[in-house]
Design a protein around this ligand. Structure first.
Ligand code: PLP
Length: 263
């Protein structure tokens, strides 16, 4: 039987709603065997992030190599990467294996919902020059897209201009997630080579349980890509999965802050 596999390179979230924990739950739920390379350990609950310990870059590199040499994942996802040295180590390691994987989804995690910096400010340049060009798909939300494109986003025309600027950094597909957009509708926009390809309308759910939404979406896309779906289908199905998870968990009470989307 063909067994699909994926690798997540991301940070640990002790409260289990985001990061590596969300990624492994999502990939497992979608029938994909999940492997991991942990970049950082966060001290975190639903109310906030209280500490970050980066894993030594050599150990991050070692985890990726161990998985790549043995399991040969069908698709890879990158989430939280905190500092310059870690980002350089990941980029150098992945470049060695570029021929052996098809899809790399990068979720440019910068700041947690609770307001804690998950990528150091001085790591942004290295992230843009070393890691971004390796991505098949980048999944920024509006604030992240504003930082990457270095321009304000206030309307759909700004989203298009930001996507064109981000595409020039070297990734093939860009999915700009409209969840933080102040417009009437929550729409995600997919661009290929800077040109708009399609858009996805999202459901609006009244709940505090939104912790880990971005991690869950990018992991679900990675899982469907690993299962050989094309980009448009993978994103559409990942959005359906995420909406189902949010709806199913909207009234569950886990923790006192923003509860997890992923149970
Ligand atoms: N913690 C870790 C380790 C993460 O990777 C992420 C997001 O990718 C977060 C926290 C932030 O999650 P949220 O913004 O959904 O609270």
């Amino acid at each position: 039987m063909r067994y699909y596999t994926a690798l997540t390179i991301a940070g640990s979230d002790s409260c289990g709603g985001a990061g590596i924990q969300a990624d492994i739950k999502t990939m497992s739920a979608l029938g994909v065997y999940a492997t991991s390379a942990i970049t950082a350990i966060t001290v975190q609950n639903t109310k906030g992030v209280y500490g970050i310990q980066n894993v030594e870059p050599e150990i991050v590199k070692g985890q990726i190599e161990a998985v790549m040499e043995d399991i040969h994942p069908d698709a890879i996802k990158i989430g939280m990467v905190n500092d310059c040295d870690t980002i350089r180590a990941i980029a150098e390691t992945l470049k060695k294996y570029q021929e052996s994987f098809q899809h790399l989804v990068i979720d440019p995690v910068m700041v947690s919902t609770s307001g804690c910096r998950l990528m150091q400010e001085d790591a942004l340049d290295v992230f843009i020059t070393e890691l971004l060009p390796l991505a098949t798909l980048l999944t920024p939300n509006i604030p992240e897209a504003e930082i990457l494109a270095n321009r304000k986003i206030e309307n759909v025309e700004d989203i298009k201009a930001a996507a064109a600027a981000i595409s020039k950094l070297g990734c093939r597909y860009v999915l700009i997630k409209g969840g933080h957009f102040d417009g009437e509708e929550k729409i995600d926009y997919l661009f290929e080579g800077g040109k708009q390809k399609t858009s996805y309308r999202g459901i609006s759910v009244n709940t505090r349980n939104t912790h880990g939404t971005g991690c869950t979406l990018s992991s679900a896309i990675t899982s469907y890509l690993a299962r050989e779906m094309d980009m448009n289908t993978a994103i559409a199905m990942a959005k359906t999965y995420l909406s189902g998870a949010i709806l199913a968990g909207k009234d569950i009470k886990i923790g006192e802050g923003h509860g997890p989307v992923n149970h």
